[in-house]
Design a protein around this ligand. Sequence first.
Ligand code: CTP
Ligand code: MG
Length: 224
Amino acid sequence: SSCIALIVAAGSGQRFGAEQPKQYLDLAGQPVLRRTVEAFRRHPKVSAVRVVINPAFRDLYDAAVAGLDLPEPVAGGASRQDSVRNGLEALADSAPGLVLIHDAARPLIDSDTINAVIAALDTHPAALAAVPVADTLKRGDDGLVAGTVDRSGLWRAQTPQGFRFPAILAAHRDAAGLELTDDAAVAERAGLPVALVPAREENFKVTTPDDLTRATRALDSALS
Ligand code: CTP
Ligand code: MG
């Protein structure tokens, strides 16, 4: 069945603090968003890419994806959850079998991880890329350690998060207005089993200027 990549790029990058939203900044010669889009476009199991944007930045979007011949972008919303839901609604008519929801701000997504998330959807209605927690975790209280948290079984959620399309569309409609931080949480709330797919540290989210430096270094060392 068809698999659509839905890339959410409607955020404003407050924590990054640049003049432009971070997804439109240059990363080693190409806009962050263009790299993210291309990672999915060149994946043989992804049939199409749809991007969710803030229409106020339409000019930056057009420049970032010039020549890629993408379908019309979808207008996002105030929260990430609203942006995803708008994107899913825009896909409803074409009714894909699967959707991969991915942050524009994760440009270093690799094809093995995309593959593994899609493969997990053979046996589960939902799946997310995630990395096991490696550090020892402390609970803090007013600058003092209040306890050590058992990290066994804990994972850090990334994207892509993949879903059988009808199930996640219904779950997102039902969760509208809640403040859930990722789409797996929307699926969990709907009672869908969510598979954990081990992913790579390299698929980190560009949140601050330091992250963009780290991404630049990762690309430089991949080339040399
Ligand atoms: N996003 C979105 N619509 C929103 C908020 C976020 O499509 N209303 C997207 C961002 O563009 C990003 C992804 O969701 O690709 C992850 O969000 P985040 O890293 O938080 O990006 P921003 O919200 O832009 O950054 P900040 O929270 O620092 O303002
Ligand atoms: Mg945000």
